[in-house]
Write a protein that binds this ligand. Structure first.
Ligand code: ATP
Length: 601
């Protein structure tokens, strides 16, 4: 490892990142408190236990002093001293017994709340439209459900109840100390802010160091994840050594940040303990004066009791300092989670939305549609076309010309900024999402398979579909052979990184899934992955079967698809530049001919 305590510079913070701490806010605390409403009985028992423990500890300190001050100072018979000591022991046992229950209840309450919160965030995310995911980094979405919800859990489970116990303990100890000796209590109170300030300064430094550790660790894990995901590219580019060196550097950095944080921690603990001990030492000196020199001397037993109580008063200062830091982190986490929950989807089904009939003809009309992902940046301008029922419309054009955007608008992933899109004459804006997804299916270019068996992937096309529907779909696509070819037939495990299903097989499984859904309108972004000639032929045949008797909108990459299309839309800079069948367009000697020549050459 390089220079162990060298200053580290490599962790640069994301400028868009939200602050990892926020000031305490009454509205957030009230909302967090509201999350406990379904568990009100548990919460109330917990509050009672908190109150009890806050009284128990000062009471314990007082009882020890009382035994010293009473039976021991008065040289009472041994039996009386033993009985009094057993009383103290019983009180101590009772104190610890309630602690077990308090901790268990707090744990259950925190877990219940975070479970509910994660469920709400997940359901909310499911409703968010594509525009939200286009703008939000995946890592952010994940951390809302993981670390932010967890910060809320810690806030409720630990911070809230531990702080209440500690604050109660301080108040209890102060009340008894005031009863014993008010001037001596003033000495204790005067020292408290000093202890608080030293603790805060040290803790802030530690928190920064700890944050660097977390961020450098995130980099290490993100790099591992990415390395696994793109291992083929790495090997193809022979970048193994370069990547290994970058990774080594990241782990060295992480180790250095860890050492830095450990160094701060190693300094903080002894310093905080020393501050506490110095404070208690001062109480002892002033107390000795009060019990020996002062005109109205304090009994030694009272001084011992007072000294114990001062310890009980000082120790929460450090604990509360820690809890305060955690509370600020919980506030930041809660604020982010609530902000997400409060962000309404940019659009939802209109209250007046109607369903498409169960049987639709499949006429698709795109009328004067213009669209901008970001206001003012038009990516589609005044696009109009009609796909008659059972027609195939192919979209071609240069990269970035707007083909995928048209497909996304027809699937209603986004709403047109201007113009309208109709199915059988009904504006999709006024239709229910459920009926649109019944009528329109999308096969994206990536041929995404979920984690699970091939069978599960195929029947995912329609709720209630069975194995025989899956087999029937494969038969209709003339792909029954696939069941034999897959190592474990329909039970073969697939998934984003399954590796047991080839690229061609993936495409056919996606076709079968779409066939099970049986939509009237199909949107297909043709996969561009190279497959062998036999597989290509099989895919072509299956595709022909899939598109039969359906209206289809195909972002076409295969010449065979383009040639058979009823209509080809040639896109250029967000507009339809040319429109017609293959032969007609070739004759126009325009953009299409140009594209075609480049395509076949
Ligand atoms: N989520 C988005 N936010 C902002 N701009 C986007 C978004 N998606 C696409 N664009 C922009 O919209 C324009 C059209 O993109 P689109 O993906 O529709 O083109 P395309 O013709 O399908 O391209 P390709 O053939 O490369 O897939 C491009 O300029 C692109 O940069």
């Amino acid at each position: 490892m390089s220079n162990t305590f060298a200053p580290m510079v490599r962790v640069t913070r994301d400028p868009d990142a939200d602050p990892h701490r926020r000031p305490l806010s009454l509205s957030l605390v009230t909302r967090l408190w509201g999350l406990m409403r379904p568990y009100a009985a548990k919460r109330n028992v917990l509050l009672a236990l908190v109150l009890l423990r806050a009284i128990q500890l000062p009471l314990l300190a007082w009882s020890i002093g009382a035994v010293i001050n009473g039976p021991i100072s008065n040289a009472a018979p041994m039996a009386a001293i033993v009985i009094a000591s057993l009383g103290v022991l019983a009180l101590a046992a009772w104190t610890q017994f309630t602690l077990v229950f308090r901790q268990r209840l707090a744990l259950e309450l925190g877990e219940s709340i975070v479970h509910d919160l994660r469920g709400s965030v997940y359901s909310h995310l499911q409703q968010m439209p594509m525009s939200f995911y286009a703008k939000t980094k995946t890592g952010r979405v994940i951390s809302r459900i993981t670390s932010d919800c967890d910060a809320v859990r810690v806030g409720v489970q630990d911070v809230l109840f531990v702080s209440l116990v500690q604050a109660g303990q301080m108040i209890g100890a102060a009340v008894i100390m005031a009863w014993y000796d008010l001037p001596l209590l003033m000495v204790v109170l005067a020292m408290s802010p000093v202890m608080w300030i030293i603790g805060r300064v040290m803790r802030n430094r530690l928190s920064e160091a700890y944050r660097d550790v977390q961020e450098s660790f995130s980099r290490v894990t993100a790099t591992i994840a990415e390395s696994v995901a793109v291992i083929r590219v790495t090997q193809a580019l022979a970048r193994e050594d370069t990547n290994a060196e970058l990774f080594r550097q990241l782990t060295v950095d992480h180790a250095e940040y860890n050492m830095n944080s450990a160094r701060h921690n190693g300094l903080l603990m002894p310093l905080l303990e020393l501050t506490g001990q110095v404070s208690l030492g001062l109480v002892l000196i002033v107390g000795a004066y009060r019990s020996i020199v002062a005109s109205d001397p304090m009994p030694v037993g009272d001084l011992i009791q007072f000294w114990f109580l001062a310890g009980l008063f000082f120790s929460p200062i450090q604990v509360l300092g820690n809890q305060y830091n955690q509370a600020l982190t919980a506030m930041a986490g809660a604020e982010r989670v609530f902000r997400l929950l409060d962000t309404p989807p940019e659009w939802t089904d209109l209250p007046t939305a109607v369903s498409l009939p169960a049987q639709v003809d499949g006429k698709l009309t795109v009328e004067n549609v213009s669209f901008a992902y970001d206001p003012g940046h038009w990516v589609l301008r005044d696009v109009s076309f009609v796909a008659e029922p059972r027609q195939m419309v192919a979209l071609v054009g240069e990269t970035g010309s707007g083909k995928s955007t048209i497909a996304s608008l027809v699937s209603r992933y986004y709403l047109p900024t201007q113009g309208k899109i109709c199915v059988d004459g009904l504006d999709t804006r006024g239709l229910t999402s459920e009926s649109i997804s019944r009528a329109i299916s999308v096969i994206p270019q990536q041929n995404y398979l979920f984690t699970g068996s091939v069978l599960q992937n195929i029947v995912a096309g329609r709720a209630g579909a069975t194995e025989s529907d899956a087999v029937e779909a494969l038969r209709s696509l003339d792909c029954e052979w696939l069941i034999e070819d897959l190592p474990e037939g329909l039970q073969t495990q697939a998934g984003s990184r399954g590796g047991r299903v080839s690229l061609g097989q993936r495409q056919l499984i996606c076709f079968a899934r779409a066939l099970v859904a049986n939509p009237r309108i199909l949107i297909l972004d043709e996969a561009t992955s190279a497959v062998d000639t036999l597989t290509e032929l099989r895919i072509q045949k299956a595709l022909g079967r899939l598109l039969e008797n359906r209206t289809s909108l195909v972002i076409a990459h295969r010449l065979s698809t383009i040639r058979t299309a009823d209509q080809i839309l040639v896109m250029s800079h967000g507009k339809i530049a040319e429109q017609g069948r293959h032969e007609e367009l070739l004759k126009q000697n325009g953009l299409y001919k140009d594209l075609h020549e480049r395509f076949v050459s």
